[in-house]
Design a binder for this molecule. Structure first.
Ligand code: SAH
Length: 459
């Protein structure tokens, strides 16, 4: 190891940065997060640097005083000038980093994953910036954004525990039990969970909870419409660390394969008009698994809060005293609108975009047909295939223009996505001719944006 990674305390220390262009900005973007006294030497600083100066985060000057600096960055846009500045800095005995000039560097700047006060620095000694970027991006997506806050909470609790428990081995055992052993355990924790677990285990903790197995946690996760690119970073993180994954029929295999492989996978699909897992059975499974101390990921297609019966699961979890977190997802309506390349709402055209179901517990759903039949009304109907003829009849009865466009988007965001363009008047016949089986949404009032707009085919 030629370079020693160290974290330098820059609070109140002077750091000189030469340059006012992109190279200086790149260095400053990290430096402004520190508590250093930053002096930027530049006759012509770019707008971003001037903005930092206006906010008091750095001082701009056009002449340098080397003597009191702790570190120097030679980051002008002129390579020869940077080398010259590096030599000057060395004459003053000050460590220097010359941008893009390895011979002018006493220290190099690593890639950083910043969850202050937790900071991870990644260096490859210049061999592979690409590898450093890949490692950084992987860690960025795995670590919770509030990890720093969790670390602060742990520090407060550790200080408190030192007063309560003199035996260091017992303290270590307690922390191992609160935090788990690997990154997989850690990514599912936040400050609140850590505090609760700590309270349950601490020596002076409440007696009735001290012997109890810790309750697990349920993550209600939006799996999106199918394309794994549409998952949130938070969803992916909890999927990576799940003990149990309870998933629906419409969750795609690609998304499912991103869950922790060692997890226990439980399928609880409901087939429209076919074999189904009853909702109360699903509620019971997630409650039981959480009470057994597991981290449960309840994976629901699209957004769990849109026609996902999530509320019934929340009620059961509340009743059992199980804590849960909701991770919203991309719902079929927005994915389908993106495929049509249209906005769900268009200024000056529609003041509402309805999300409706074609089917409810009583059969075909009764909607506000008068509103939906109006000119310029826009609605996305979920679970509407079997109700298509009924929907058409109701809309016509309420005076809808039969030529109103209806786009049917089947398997939105998936490789086998199909867009069928139809109208209210032709809807049931077009659905039949197009062989649409679902999952699909009926998008009333939305026509596809494309050169082939007039082509009416499922192709
Ligand atoms: N929570 C889900 C909806 C579940 S209800 C969401 O937010 O998307 C199931 C209905 O969603 C299906 O009948 C279909 O109308 C719609 N749907 C789900 N995935 C879809 C997809 N990939 N493409 C089109 N429609 C989809």
């Amino acid at each position: 190891m030629r370079y020693l990674p160290i974290h330098i305390d820059l609070r109140g220390k002077r750091v000189l940065v030469f340059g006012g262009g992109p190279a200086a900005q790149a260095k400053l973007r990290t430096l402004v997060k520190t508590e250093a006294e930053l002096i930027v030497v530049s006759g012509k600083p770019d707008a971003e640097i001037r903005r930092w100066a206006e906010h008091g985060r750095l001082t701009l000057t056009d002449h340098a005083d080397f003597t009191s600096a702790t570190l120097i960055y030679a980051a002008t846009e002129d390579q020869d000038e940077n080398l010259r500045l590096a030599l000057l800095a060395r004459e003053h005995g000050i460590p220097v980093n010359a941008a893009d000039q390895p011979t002018g560097c006493d220290f190099i700047t690593p890639a950083i994953v910043d969850r202050s006060p937790v900071a991870i620095s990644i260096g490859t000694e210049g061999t592979s910036p690409g590898l450093a970027r890949a490692l950084k991006s992987d860690l960025e997506s795995r670590l919770r954004s509030d990890l720093g806050q969790t670390a602060q909470t742990i520090k407060t609790l550790r200080d408190a525990l030192k007063n309560e428990e003199p035996d260091i081995a017992k303290r270590q055992a307690l922390w191992a039990s609160v935090l788990g052993s690997g990154l997989g355990d850690f990514v599912s924790l936040d400050a609140e969970i850590v505090t609760r677990r700590y309270e349950e285990r601490r020596p002076e903790g409440r007696q009735e909870t001290s012997d109890r197995t810790a309750t697990g946690h349920v993550h209600i996760v939006g799996a999106g419409p199918g394309d794994p690119d549409l998952l949130t970073i938070g969803a992916l993180r909890v999927m990576h660390s799940a003990d149990v994954v309870v998933y629906d029929r419409l969750v795609s295999d690609e998304v499912l394969s991103l869950c922790r492989r060692e997890a226990d996978f439980i399928y609880v699909g409901k087939v429209p008009g076919g074999a189904s897992t009853r909702q109360d059975k699903i509620n019971q499974i997630i409650v039981e698994k959480a009470l057994a101390g597991h981290s449960v990921v309840r994976l629901k297609s699209g957004d769990p809060l849109v026609f996902g019966r999530a509320e019934e699961e929340f009620v059961s979890l509340d009743a059992a005293g199980v804590d849960f977190t909701i991770h919203p997802g991309i719902t079929a309506a927005t994915a389908a609108a993106a495929s049509l390349r249209h906005s769900l709402t268009v200024r000056g055209e529609n003041t509402a975009a309805t999300l409706a179901t074609g089917h409810d517990e009583n059969g075909f759903a009764e909607l506000d047909w008068t509103a939906l039949a109006r000119l310029n009304a826009r609605a996305t109907i979920y679970m509407g295939l079997r109700a298509a003829r009924f929907i058409q009849g109701r809309l016509m009865l309420h005076g809808a223009n039969p030529d109103t466009p209806v786009s049917i988007v089947e398997n939105a965001s998936r490789p086998d996505e199909i867009i069928l363009e139809s109208t209210i008047g032709a809807l049931p016949d077009d659905l039949k001719a197009g062989g649409i089986k679902g999952p699909a949404v009926l998008m009333i009032g939305y026509a596809r944006r494309s050169a082939a707009k007039s082509l009416k085919a499922a192709s």
